[in-house]
Design a protein around this ligand. Structure first.
Ligand SMILES: Cc1cc2nc3c(=O)[nH]c(=O)nc-3n(C[C@H](O)[C@H](O)[C@H](O)COP(=O)(O)OP(=O)(O)OC[C@H]3O[C@@H](n4cnc5c(N)ncnc54)[C@H](O)[C@@H]3O)c2cc1C
Length: 392
């Protein structure tokens, strides 16, 4: 349906689809029944395959050791990876283009290159108890310059994958000096003194990646570990947000595709009142709505990726990333809800793909900005830059 598909992107799609179907999907139910965990040798195998494909550096230039893929090609990959539940596709860490552009030499050697090789893993700590949606205005974690060190104090909530990570990206406010109250982004090794694990709450999904709460008590960070300069923190975080929002949208499309595929097969087999349920219009309408919503969302995703690759103005892209994150996450949740309904009682069982997605996709309407916040971003972009900038 999409006229802009390229042979290279199609090649990636086929390759990743096979990886997901052959290696990852067969382990979903095991993960669901074991707190998200896989046998160590299987986890290692998945990581090794992902690294052998070069996935940790898909958006990093070839000169820096990455694959140099376009955003469109990257999202074709993430779309396929979204076809597996239980976060089994998070079997590798991903370096992003803004890291390559903004890390200093020390950071490139000690963090970017190990990320690309799959030796180190990152996590991103911005949210706090009182700073969620209003993250920029309400952050209370401070960074105080003392000699060639920054002293970090504060508490970070829901730090995804921190249990498996080697270092944090941490957003803090500068405590004093000419840049007082400005934002800054730091890289902090997880093993340094003063980092305290406060709690590991349980969430709706069953992932080996936790979303824990950490306190930073007088944690000393070398000056060379600030990314860019004081005051630039939010710029990098916005770059991270844009990338993650596209990734979420792509995975939501992949999830919807898997759900429609599986539930259609079921509807064609399941007999009720002497006929296949696929022959009842009530079922057909739910499937048709899901197909239509997926098809239109995917086209929008691909076009926004192409706008990214064409280096459209970053402020317009920011609004477009909100548009597709909102659109895809809401779409995938509706598809999951309908799929549970079509599966009937089976759709409420944890070994059913629809049941797992029904729980897992819910957070896509919350993290990386709630649906309400994305509507606000879109409306603000509409007021400032006009309708044509968003729909062309
Ligand atoms: C499983 C999980 C993993 C996460 N991982 C990470 C992570 O790795 N790193 C990280 O830093 N954060 C992470 N987060 C945090 C996540 O990004 C926030 O939860 C999210 O941004 C919302 O913030 P909040 O939970 O504080 O909600 P709040 O900001 O308290 O919002 C509560 C409600 O009010 C609404 N609301 C708020 N302001 C407005 C407004 N102006 N107009 C209309 N409605 C409004 C919201 O939409 C929401 O419905 C994670 C969260 C979860 C649940």
């Amino acid at each position: 349906m999409y006229s802009g598909m390229t042979p290279k992107a199609l090649e990636w799609k086929i390759k990743i689809k096979k990886f997901v179907n052959d290696e990852l999907i067969p382990w979903e139910v095991h993960a669901e029944k074991n707190e998200g965990e896989l046998p160590k040798d299987i986890e290692k195998k998945h990581r090794e395959i992902a690294i052998s494909f070069g996935l940790p550096g898909m958006g990093i230039t070839k000169e820096s050791g990455g694959l140099g893929l376009t955003m469109f090609e990257q999202m074709i990959i993430w779309e396929q990876l979204g076809r597996v539940t239980n976060a089994l596709c998070w079997c590798f860490s991903e370096a992003q283009d803004w890291m390559e552009e903004n890390f200093n030499d020390y950071q490139k050697e000690h963090y970017l290159q190990p990320l690309l090789k799959g030796i180190k893993k990152e996590c991103y700590a911005i949210t706090e108890k009182g700073a969620g949606s209003d993250v920029e205005g309400s952050i209370e974690t401070t960074a105080e310059k003392k000699g060639d060190q920054y002293i970090i104090n504060g508490e970070k909530w829901y730090v995804t994958s921190a249990n498996l990570a080697d270092f944090f990206f941490l957003q803090a406010k500068i405590k004093s000096g000419p840049n007082k109250d400005k934002n800054a982004l730091f890289i902090i090794d997880k093993n340094v003194e003063g980092i305290e694990l406060i709690d590991t709450p349980k969430f709706s999904h069953t992932y080996a990646h936790h979303h824990s709460i950490y306190r930073f008590n007088n944690v000393s960070v070398a000056e060379k570990n600030i990314i860019g300069n004081e005051g630039m923190g939010m710029d990098f975080t916005h770059s991270w947000f844009r990338h993650e929002r596209l990734g979420i949208a792509a995975r939501c499309c992949g999830a919807a595709e898997r759900l429609i595929d599986e539930v259609t097969e079921f509807a064609k087999e399941r007999v009720s009142f002497g006929d296949k349920i696929a022959n009842y219009q009530a079922i057909q309408f739910m499937l048709a709505d899901s197909v239509n919503e997926l098809a239109s969302t995917r086209l929008m995703l691909y076009e926004i990726c192409k706008a990214h690759d064409a280096k459209q103005d970053v402020k317009i892209l920011h609004g477009k990333c909100s548009m597709i994150k909102l659109m895809a996450s809401e779409m995938a949740n509706r598809v999951a809800d309908r799929s549970v309904q079509i599966f009937g009682g089976r759709g409420y069982m944890r070994d059913n793909v629809a049941e797992r997605y029904y729980r897992e996709l819910r957070v896509d309407r919350i993290w990386e900005g709630t649906s309400e916040i994305h509507r606000i971003i879109i409306a603000n972009s509409l007021y400032k830059r006009g309708l044509q900038s968003l729909i062309e």
